[in-house]
Design a protein around this ligand. Sequence first.
Ligand code: ATP
Length: 407
Amino acid sequence: MASVTFEKATRTYPGGTRPAVDQVELTVKDGEFLVLVGPSGCGKTTTLRMLAGLEEVNEGRILIGDRDVTQVPPKDRDIAMVFQNYALYPHMTVAENMGFALKIAGVKKDERAARVLEAAKLLDLEPYLDRKPKALSGGQRQRVAMGRAIVRKPEVFLMDEPLSNLDAKLRVATRTQIASLQRRLGVTTVYVTHDQVEAMTMGDRVAVLKDGVLQQVDTPRALYERPANVFVAGFIGSPAMNLMSLKIVAGGVKFGNATLKINSAVLSKTKEKSITVGLRPEDLVISKKDGIQVEIDVIEELGADAFLYGSAVIEGKKTDVIARIGSISSLRSGDKVYLKPQGGITHLFDVASGERLNNDAPAVAKKAVAAKPAAKKVAAKKPAAKPAAKKVAAKPTVKKAAAKKTK
Ligand code: ATP
């Protein structure tokens, strides 16, 4: 086992105008399950192929443990790859498929058989060892592909969308199996997916890529609670976070007919006239008449939960809004409701750079939304937002009475 380090690793394809992978700096710890996630074309597969030695590294270095493998051929890197396309040999049995790489490597027959059996037990493949791939289900074939990687006992597993050929139900079951198997084996793993739910449920840490540039690497929870920029905020989480560009007013931002209070320290970090405010669907709640007015497009009933999809006119622009609401609701398409923030984290980003503004201190004070911005008479004495003790963003609530505000 070993760590994996990308040091400013860059890949520009011949004829490419910009790098497909741009100065990636990333360390995967020994035994860690790291998921690379991002939209199509962001450079996930290229990053994995650079680590595998299948793609040239134009700048920077890649290390496995302390060993610089940048110029080392793939076969000498001690890695095993599992692809989306399992590429099993159709004329070989499951056991032969799993043991093939060992045979090529000159491993003796007895040891080969023992390692194949050990992997087959781990993967529940024992009953199928004598079958040919065509007599297996998609999930079983996927496990054979995993088995083929496991028997090699590599230092690093590389997996490129290994579940994408499976149906939705089997994907969920298999992702749990792969994650728990990886934890049992403790082999450093880099796993590529475009599916953020897969990334969040499987990875010890998740690396988010966009246009070849690493945006953020963190635990799933930290990515969810503290996205570093607007892109990560919108990409991680399902349904997606509501991102609204809201006008800065005294003591906060204008949130429909109310003011969402923001610490002056955070407000002072931006030179812009607005702030991009991010509120997750679970952090919005229906109110009588405070906040933004939303016209409902559709209510999606999921049993335990229901989601309201609608639109609001914010700063003159029609903006989509999603809120999680109670499972039983009498609301219908075309109805109008008010939504206000409730007890969650309010994410604040610079409208120009997209970077997070409230990194260090909670940005939004308790009782953060006040109905109707208290007009002209702005008191300059009290700070609107008290810095809370903990490092967690405060829970905004709507208060009907106009609050005294500061600049
Ligand atoms: P997907 O999720 O669609 O597989 P990805 O994130 O894995 O996408 P890559 O396959 O790494 O993305 O591609 C990154 C960029 O490099 C894309 O813009 C792609 O068009 C380009 N690219 C990939 N392979 C080549 C190649 N062989 N030659 C030239 N450009 C390439």
